[in-house]
Ligand binder design. Sequence first.
Ligand code: SME
Length: 165
Amino acid sequence: MAEAALDLRHLPKSEAYGVLCREIQQVLAGISDDVTGMATISCLVASAFGHLWVGFYRVVERDRLLRVGPYQGSLGCLEIAFGKGVCGTAARERRTVIVEDVDRFPGHISCDARSRSEIVVPVFNAAGELIAVLDVDSARRAAFDEIDKTGLEEIVRWFSQVPAS
Ligand code: SME
């Protein structure tokens, strides 16, 4: 296991995601527990890029309600309805949502006033059911692009490799 979470900000972003994906696979090898996966991925993604907030909102009522799960950052709001904010939109539409400027996203839910941009990625289990979304917030405007989308979607594929318990 790696001794400490890696800071990958010195690398080009696509290369950083390659290293990060391998680190996550290594650290979580042999684990099949969603909460452990969420906590570990939150820590490793936050450490790799120094983002403001990285964490998961879990589906607790199918197609209705998300509730906060493991995260790194300041206090997150506890519950988000499907369709509300960036997280609720990604959950309802089951697709990654990139917001370059949170002030221009109608209905954005502000948990940390320093947040300027955001990406939210849907998380599916092995049966293809939506189990959570991964929310990453940055203090920089337009911090996220297609490289982040591809990289984070690859990272959350870990949850579809975990056999349902
Ligand atoms: N900004 C998110 C809410 C969650 S927090 O930022 C941690 C949203 O609009 O869904």
